[in-house]
Design a protein around this ligand. Structure first.
Ligand code: NOJ
Length: 755
């Protein structure tokens, strides 16, 4: 059976259930949670209350027991040693006056000990169930060491790939982004918040962090009401509806007001419109930074403005710890406002089971972290996340029984740290399988696999998270020599596999860039290897689209592997040799160059559609269409769509109907297709995007197999936020509907929403 087409790992689910700690019972009902929180609240001093709102980083030495016993810390982040967690928790539970446990948080973004593909990769699987399974494993591993809260999922829409943090989200689309948001919340929190082996999720970064000017990290965001409501806020709303326990306020200004002091966002939208009952934590030092922003006058004003805007917990900056008492005593902040924030945090601690189950079973932790089935989920996830962008002459899959030698080339082909990507803290790097190692593992013993790095790459400007001494860069002569060696290796091999892209520190927080070129001299390396005339496979290791203009016309096979995680090399080999069949699809429109940014498929129509002759491009020096459209991805098989039909072509306002299509595997291999449904409202109170994704399903099909895929279109999917109306509306209008394998799907029908 092909790996990529395995059914969701049912066996894993059984293992996870069987291994759950026995001590945790069913989570208490909401009323009971509030009653318990209130009972504690009435006993608390002002300082103890403020302590619960104070979260501190642990960089190096953890706080002294006496500090914990004083009750001045409600939460700690970046502690992960189970023995240390137990020690600190004993001090809190047994030593503090009211025995309130500490909530330990950590950035568990794409795995803890087992590293999964980065979030943008997992979104490319278009497989929410797989994503849920991956985050279930991540939660289980993190829980085993005492972590109870993850700062994930990041659900920020990114339509500007210069922004480094595009790697942490689900790309450009609110519908796909919402599906990934829900899947991750379910994976982290489980069916019942507070169940064993699960964490509290934290949806971030509220809101619209991904739309910073120029793609520059932390820069101001200016967004219309239309974009904010219909696009950027949607995945947060989905996560909140899925029961996310907490939300993190973002760093940047949104329409002139820093998100962490933004009452409209947290009070009006989050708690008001969406009825969010959980708690809000600031991003790191973001309360204090309100002064740096030129928004608050000083630290006390920052604490006042953040708390009254809706931030319950202050991450790292101590502004609440140092300033809230005087603000409450002076009457500027009513005690009831403070109590509301404290109550929400106590409720979260009760809900996650901390009062019953605060300690870590250190022996069990070792066992959980070593679980081989977790690595299997990671390999499966990496294979399902890859996107095949080009495969001229069916170069892939390679027949390993017919090859005698493979050249593996590129600065990313044998780098463990770059295979896993950013936000990895607890993995054992020696377990990471690089592309080179995966290929070596995957071929019969007679096949010669040789490696040439082909030169180094590095950030032009060092990043704030780069540690260690800076080594001298390679000289041009050294780079020439390395490229020469790589070319010679390709010449004496049957096929060349180049792993190119970006280092892990080129993508992520504080890792925005101005261009999308292949960094360093990788383009030159690629062109030189292709010039040998040998078959070339380009494997991309990266977290954002890169400029592939030349490669897309000259390199026969291109596989987007992303930062594929600890099992990435094995998964890449599974794909290259046909043990798995690529089925991932792009979660963003792939630009031809950075000059096209922002580029997204759901743009509005204009007075001269690009379909009109003479107007096909908005630029005179380049097409304005993307290089690869949103939703695009090839397979080693072929699929045909037919019989697009609607349960009714006229649907009254508020009612639902069904669209169905037949999809058939017309190729000769087992494979997956992602069936995608797009709509367009032809007229209305605002102009509507040319297409909007409103349904998708990844289906596995054997050769010759045909399935009918059905989608329900309901009021919610047919509604939008109307800026002139200032509310969500569904309008009686005519709609187009397309179903196909990417956002340019041609199979079309129409329907009418009637009064
Ligand atoms: C800052 C980042 O913006 C956020 O995503 C992260 O969760 C916190 N630091 C804590 O590490």
């Amino acid at each position: 059976m092909q790996l990529s087409n395995l059914k969701p790992l049912g066996a894993l689910a059984l293992v996870l259930l069987a291994a759950a700690p026995l001590c945790a019972g069913a989570p208490p009902a909401a009323d009971e949670v509030t009653r318990r929180a209130n009972a504690l609240l009435t006993q608390m001093t002002l300082d103890e209350k403020i302590g619960q709102l104070n979260q501190l980083f642990v960089f190096g030495t953890p706080p002294q027991d006496a500090v914990i016993r004083s009750g001045s810390i409600g939460s700690l982040l970046f502690v992960s040693d189970p023995a240390v967690i137990n020690r600190l928790q004993h001090a809190a539970v047994e030593g503090s006056r009211l025995h309130i446990p500490i909530l330990f948080g950590f950035d568990v973004i794409h795995g803890w000990r087992t590293i999964f593909p980065v979030p943008i990769a997992m979104a490319a699987s278009w497989d929410p169930l797989m994503v849920e399974q991956a985050q279930t494993v991540a939660a289980r591993e993190a829980y085993s060491v005492g972590i109870r809260w993850t700062f994930a999922p990041m659900v920020d829409i990114a339509r500007d790939p210069r922004w480094g943090r595009i790697v942490e989200g689900a790309g450009e689309d609110p519908f796909l982004g919402s599906a990934m948001a829900r899947a991750q919340v379910r994976g982290f929190q489980g069916p019942l918040t507070g169940g064993p082996d699960h964490l509290l999720a934290c949806v971030k970064h509220f809101a619209a962090y991904g739309a910073g000017d120029g793609g520059r990290d932390y820069d101001s965001v200016f967004l219309s009401d239309d974009s904010l409501r219909n696009v950027y806020l949607e995945p947060y709303r989905a996560a909140v509806e899925a029961g996310a326990a907490s939300v993190m306020s973002a760093y940047m200004d949104l329409n002139g007001v820093p998100a962490t002091g933004n009452r409209f966002l947290m009070h009006d939208v989050l708690r008001g419109d969406w009825g969010f009952q959980g708690f809000v934590v600031s991003d790191a030092f973001a309360v204090k930074s309100l002064t740096t922003h030129g928004f608050s006058r000083d630290d006390a004003d920052a604490a006042f403005r953040a708390l009254t805007a809706g931030v319950d917990m202050d991450m790292g900056g101590r502004s609440y710890l140092n300033k809230l008492a005087a603000l409450v005593q002076g009457g500027r902040i009513p005690m009831a406002t403070l109590d509301d924030s404290v109550r929400r945090i106590l409720e979260a601690k009760i809900r996650v089971g901390l009062f019953e189950n605060a300690y870590v079973d250190e022996a069990r932790a070792k066992q959980v972290l070593a679980a081989p089935e977790h690595r299997q989920v990671a390999r499966h996830a990496a294979a399902r996340s890859a996107v095949l962008l080009r495969n001229e002459g069916s170069l892939l899959p390679l027949d390993k029984t017919k090859l005698s030698s493979i050249a593996v080339i590129g600065p990313l082909a044998d780098s463990r740290i770059d295979t896993t990507g950013s936000w990895t803290f607890a993995n054992n790097a020696s377990e990471t399988v690089t592309v080179l190692e995966g290929i070596r593992n995957g071929v019969p013993s007679g096949v010669r696999v040789e490696y040439a790095r082909g030169g180094e790459i590095r950030r032009t400007i060092r990043g704030p998270f780069d540690r260690g001494p800076q080594t001298a860069p390679a000289t041009p002569a050294q780079l020439d020599e390395e490229i020469k060696q790589a070319v010679e290796l390709a010449r004496r091999s049957d096929v060349a596999v180049l792993a190119l892209g970006e280092l892990q520190n080129m993508s992520g927080e504080a890792a925005s860039r101005a261009t999308l070129d292949l960094p360093g001299r990788q383009e030159q390396l690629l062109e030189a290897v292709v010039a040998t005339g040998k078959p070339v496979v380009l494997v991309l290791i990266n977290g954002r689209p890169l400029d592939l203009t030349w490669a897309s016309g000259h390199v026969p096979a291109i596989l987007e592997a992303w930062y594929p995680g600890a099992q990435g090399g094995n998964a890449v080999a599974d794909l290259l040799f046909g043990d798995a069949n690529p089925g991932g699809k792009l979660p963003f429109s792939w630009p031809r160059s950075s000059g096209q940014i922002p580029i997204y498929y759901a743009h509005n129509l204009t007075q001269d559609p690009e379909t009109r002759p003479g107007f096909t491009s908005r630029y005179w020096d380049q097409l304005s269409s993307p290089l690869y459209p949103f939703g695009f991805g090839l397979s080693y098989s072929k699929f045909a769509f037919s019989n697009l039909s609607l349960s009714r072509p006229q649907v009254p306002l508020g009612q639902e109907f069904e669209a169905s299509v037949d999809v058939e595997n017309t190729g000769s291999r087992v494979g997956d297709e992602v069936v995608q449904l797009y709509i367009h409202q032809r007229a209305g109170s605002t102009s509507r995007p040319v297409r909007e994704l409103k349904g998708f399903e990844r289906v596995a099909l054997a050769p010759g197999e045909k399935k009918t895929v059905r989608f329900t279109l309901d009021k919610r999917k047919l509604s939008f936020w109307s800026t002139p109306e200032k509310k969500w509306v569904q309008e009686p209008e005519a709609f187009d509907l397309w179903i196909g394998d990417d956002s340019t799907a041609a199979l079309h029908t129409s329907f009418q929403v009637t009064e």
